[in-house]
Design a binder for this molecule. Sequence first.
Ligand code: CUA
Length: 368
Amino acid sequence: MEYNSWVPILPDQASSFAWQVDLLYFYLILVSIAFTIPIAVGIFYFAIKYRERERFATPDELHGSIVLETTWSIIPFVVSMTIFLGGAYVYFNQYTPPQDAMEIYVVGKQWMWKLQHSTGQREINELHVPVGRPIKLTMTTEDVLHDFFIPAFRTKADIVPGRYTYLWFTPTKPGKYHLFCAEYCGLNHSGMGGWVYVMEQKDFDNWLAGNTSGQTPVELGKDLFMNKLGCASCHAGGPAQRGAKLEGIYGKEVKLVGGRTVIADDNYIRNSILNPTADIVEGYQPIMPTFKGQVTDEQLNGLVAYIKSLSGVAGSSTTSTTSAPAANTASNSASSTPPSNTTTPRRADRGTNSQGSNPNAPGATRRP
Ligand code: CUA
């Protein structure tokens, strides 16, 4: 992937598709030059050649030329189609994570990045990954829009409140690469950065082993599901259960009341926890209370990872740096009195996120 490094103004090419993005840019620059120079030269040439020599002269009329018009239609068509096809190829490649990618959860907040590996290790403003393996980031934010950007990998994606977005890359060169927030998100936006460390597999394994893993996302989610939130009291899957069975649901099509269907993906599971009455599964009553404001984004990631694991989808993870749900072990309280959690009260002035300003949030309700 070195062959394009004669473009010195660009950062390292350190991911499998970096050279494609650079090639596309180089092509765009080339096309711009190829059109700009003849046009600029032509302007001066014609301005001089056809300057007014005789006052009020009438020029000869021109009645069109098939050859000329066909040429200046076909050439721009071909050029713009090559840009479109090249761009579409790069785009679809970048936004279609491979199935076997190693999954890492990212939570953005003003103004830091919280990351968690599926084996439980947590990082802040740093991401360690092995070289040569596709890495998929499942990303969300606690407050406002952010954007995860690694210039050397030539990829970035917005992180949007209330949903998951994804980013993937295969690092090709061991090293240390800058990581930025690329969406203005408030006072310290410019400081919301960090480093990605790309390591040889054995160094990565060492790094992983040297870090306490704590609860894995699946374990966190299972604990919440079984005990702390009491989800199991309705969703355990028995015949008399009030809630839909969740085993094997991930990635499948779900029939909803009203005849619609949805695919049970990460965003569907997340929405069903925060906004349960939006998509009622056929055959069930809209009795589930919302958990909005009562679970952190890290806990949501854990629940999603756990529900995925029920379908045998491996390798999900969460990003809890604040994995401190209240010690409410009053299990099985039929989730109409869901436990509070003890995360730091959110700052009311933080942003526009529904959770941040939710009057039902534990932090808010405790205010006098
Ligand atoms: Cu986060 Cu800018």
